[in-house]
Design a protein around this ligand. Sequence first.
Ligand code: THU
Length: 146
Amino acid sequence: MDYQRLIAQAMKAKESAYVPYSRFRVGAALLTKSGRIFTGCNVENASYSATNCAERTAVFKAVSEGEREFTAIVVNGDNGDYLPPCGICRQVLAEFCDMETFQVILANSPDDYQVVTLDKLFPGAFLAENLTSGNQHKMSNSVYKD
Ligand code: THU
């Protein structure tokens, strides 16, 4: 996969970050299975908990435009290092993405990044299948297996 273009778009999206409180900008670029790219930035709020992370902004933009199948997301922050998605964003990604194949690209720059699948970042995720009682034997997440 050509990560460089996706990384460049995440870095560009970061420029739109609304961060008057943390001053910490984050950009994301989400690739759909159909080949479209949705970008996002973090949008903060005076009521801090109303803040939306860059990753969720990208996912919600995509879903609101009819896309539900994704292959990868780039995350780029102002920390000068790889920036892992927060727990809430991992949960949102898990709702739509295949845990074993969806790629999370932690990008410091177009030439400096790490790629990790969602199951490695988020083992033991609470998924839709967990809403059904008595289906423990069907649970696919490896942390629950012997
Ligand atoms: N933030 C993101 O946008 N994505 C993450 O995965 C980590 C945190 C934002 C939220 C907040 O605006 C700022 O970074 C500091 O937590």
